[in-house]
Design a binder for this molecule. Structure first.
Ligand SMILES: Cc1cc2nc3c(=O)[nH]c(=O)nc-3n(C[C@H](O)[C@H](O)[C@H](O)COP(=O)(O)OP(=O)(O)OC[C@H]3O[C@@H](n4cnc5c(N)ncnc54)[C@H](O)[C@@H]3O)c2cc1C
Length: 257
């Protein structure tokens, strides 16, 4: 089984986000594997161990992304590919990322591609389904269980707390939802082995892509943090006065009635 994982490097959600010059300030922030992509790596390893084959982890990023790819290798993936767009693409969006990934994957004869359900930073949940569309293969999102029997895949997906079971055929792209599995921590021998596993680095040129081919379809106009929460107001006095005051505030300040 030829299995690919789409992995995104994201900043740790524990980080305090600041904005400078209209961009999210990444200086000094801790970076991690997008948590949903950890489920994807784990599932890929489990499918490979059950069915045989190889797991390749692919990321569109910069040279810093090597660290997260090495972690995936330490978990047990066989190979990693970094598509480094640092020098070629200044403004990218979901189309950019999906187009690059699809160009890379188009001649790889992947049986199974696993992505995360959503990235915890960008949060659009678009990249993986777009990749499947571009490759012309089936996809099922937010999955919580995957069983493969020959070329048939039985997939359980999370539908806002309920479950839906879908049967489809390979090649298939799925996106991982929390609950799919319990991602393993890289073991010490795993970390040692990962240093020697292949990690290829490609650029747009290697995929026969020009900058124009991956030009963003959208433009970010503004990024801003939510307004600071103001201290709550405590009303005092007679209950009837408090009710009057509350109605007045809801009308004049909160403007909700
Ligand atoms: C070269 C480049 C330049 C960019 N420039 C800007 C910019 O100027 N401004 C800006 O706001 N954003 C920029 N981005 C970020 C980009 O808009 C989105 O973060 C990215 O397309 C993913 O969208 P998302 O975070 O909503 O992911 P989602 O669609 O929510 O991610 C879902 C899943 O898709 C897969 N996936 C997502 N991203 C990647 C990836 N990079 N590699 C492999 N798999 C992935 C993972 O499996 C992930 O779990 C840039 C991205 C690139 C590659």
């Amino acid at each position: 089984m030829n299995i690919y994982v789409l992995l995104k490097r994201t900043f740790d959600t524990e980080e305090k986000i600041t904005i400078s010059g209209g961009k999210i300030n990444e200086d000094g922030a801790e970076f991690i594997i997008n948590p949903y992509d950890e489920y994807a790596v784990e599932e890929a390893i489990q499918v490979r161990d059950a069915q045989g084959g190889e797991v390749t982890v692919v990321s569109v990023g910069d040279e810093e992304t090597e660290k997260q790819l090495r972690t995936a290798l330490a978990m047990g993936a066989d190979k990693a590919v970094l598509i480094n767009t640092e020098d070629d693409v200044e403004n990218g969006d979901q189309f950019t990322t999906a187009k690059i990934l699809a160009e890379y994957l188009k001649d790889k004869d992947a049986d199974l591609i696993i992505g995360g359900n959503v990235a915890i930073d960008g949060g659009s949940g678009q990249v993986a389904p777009r990749v499947a569309e571009m490759l012309g293969i089936s996809y099922v999102t937010t999955i919580t269980n995957l069983e493969i029997n020959g070329t048939t895949a039985t997939v359980t997906r999370d539908v806002e707390g309920d479950s839906e079971v879908i049967e489809t055929t390979l090649p298939l792209l799925v996106t991982a939802q929390q609950g799919l599995n319990e991602p393993r921590y890289p073991s010490l021998p795993g970390i040692m082995k990962a240093k020697k596993k292949p990690l290829d680095e490609l650029e747009l040129d290697d995929l026969d892509l020009e900058e124009e081919d991956v030009e963003a379809k959208t433009k970010t106009i503004e990024i801003y943090l939510p307004p600071k929460k103001e201290a709550g107001k405590v009303l005092h006095g007679e209950l009837t006065d408090q009710v009057k005051e509350l109605v007045n505030l809801l009308h004049t300040e909160a403007k909700v009635i």
